[in-house]
Design a protein around this ligand. Sequence first.
Ligand code: N01
Length: 588
Amino acid sequence: MKLGWDNNQCGVHSNVCELENLMCHTMDERHRKFILLAEVEKKPSTWIQYQAKKMEAQKFDMLIVGAGFAGLYQLYRAREMGLSVRLLEAGDGVGGTWFWNRYPGARCDVESLDYSYSFSPELEQEWAWSERYAPQAEILKYINHVADRFDLRPHIALNVRVKTAHFDDQNLCWNVGTEKNQSFKATYLVMATGGLSIPQQPDLKGLHHYQGKWYHSAQWPKEGVDFKGKRVGLIGTGSSGVQMVPVIAEQASHLTVFQRSANFSVPAHNVAFTEVSLKAAKSRYPERRAMGREAVTGQFLNANTKTAAEMTPEEQRAELEYRWKGAGGGFRMLRNFADQMSNPQTNKMVADFVKDKIRQVVKDPATAEMLCPKDDLPFGGKRLSVDSNFYETFNRDNVKLVDIKADPLLEATERGLRTRSHDFEFDMIVFATGFDALTGALMAIDIKGEGGITLRDKWKHGPVAYLGLGIAGFPNMFTITGPGSPSVLSNVVHSIETHVDWIMRFLRKAKEKGVRKFQPTAQAEVHWVKFCADEANKTLYPLANSWYMGANIDGKPRVFLAFVSGVPVYRRFIEKVEAQGYEGFEFS
Ligand code: N01
């Protein structure tokens, strides 16, 4: 380690910063202590300085919360601009979603060639995805590769869970506190906390009596879980459950799936890349990214621009079949017809088509009916699942589906689960019960803005934010892919890059103009929230009891949480705001 006593940009002696890094970095504990003691032996005052500085808050230009795709890219860009920056991450590794969600079968449902950073053509070319939809372990490896390749780790503090973030009106900076009582100060605060990072904990009566092991999909043990020969109960049939069911069924002696509501799932048609197919795809990367930028969801889905009424019944059928089968597949089923998410008749045609497919696959008619979503759920109204053999798995002898709307789940017992009519015995229970989406991670932190207003209070009737990027009353703070942006309705890596690039241009301009404090105006924010709601109300999305609407969390306000009109429309908005001198923001 290099020792030097020069002041660095954060105003803290660099060797103290380095020691601080060592204390919260990825090295193992023994190694850290060894280095620290060696330094103290050479220069005993190091320890005193270290302790003294530890008592003071460490000051940075920018603090970033969260080391997922968003936090790492924000860090990369902030460092490039020459800001002193520290990224705080609760986990003991980088990766965000892909660090925590290690359940069997976890993989992305946006094609990996799209669900990856576009900022570095070199990175695009050197990284080799193995499959069309990469598995979790490979995505986590990719994110770790990015952290190493761009030398981001020295700026990342792991095992640091942010508990408080309070704006200091006098000194115009953020004071951030952690669960371990560390303090940090920064001029800018960027919340890269993710849209789906607060798991919905099972609130099941009697769970503490259960003698077997239980797991949540989003808090999966690193060492994995061996289901071989076990009787497993799984609750939840959203994207996580749908990915897990086929894999657990292959290992377990018996799997019982508890379904509260059926959702639509479409086949992924996942395939392994060959050297030739990957090389060909990579040679077209610029074109692919450009098409993604102009697509509603930030990934090219070959959208049909015709409404259903503009096609004959034969053409409609051919379109649906094409998209259901290999060449289409996955989220291409969201773009069968231009009016699919706005016209109930068109949507019903798509829903009926998929239900027929389910009935063709699932041999037991009663199970097939249970797996068919009810008529009040529009196709795509809840986030579509993309699966590999989900419906086929219910043809196995060792898999049973239980409809817990008809036979409610009452409680956990010592040996398993009890529904109104039945006692089930399980060696393991798996919860795939989802997340407190979009607002959960921000509300989990005690965020206080100007004059001590709290975000929890401000958002008690639903999130109010401008462009999903900033919040009035919370100066010098950004949210990446926050509520009111396309975020969860889009290829989120694309949306992350769009946000971070916009934030960096904003900060460059602010620096140029000597701006010390900025925030959206309350008026701009109210207009944006109303606009988002009006756009959502033109679609069928609000009809579903989805996590998009906050409907999966008891007591959460029912508000459509994302910007529904697509990535290109949204990007044009934020570019216009920028071109007009950051209209809707106030500066001082
Ligand atoms: O969570 P979910 P998820 N008792 O909320 C049920 C992303 N993701 O983790 O529909 C009984 O979708 C609930 O039932 P219901 C993706 O954006 C991506 O699966 O509310 N059941 C539902 O069936 C996704 O949409 C990938 O009636 C309860 C399920 O649990 C999002 O994460 C993979 C219950 C929860 O489904 C969330 O997916 C995985 C209760 N108390 C996830 N509470 C990729 O492929 C909830 N349920 C990239």
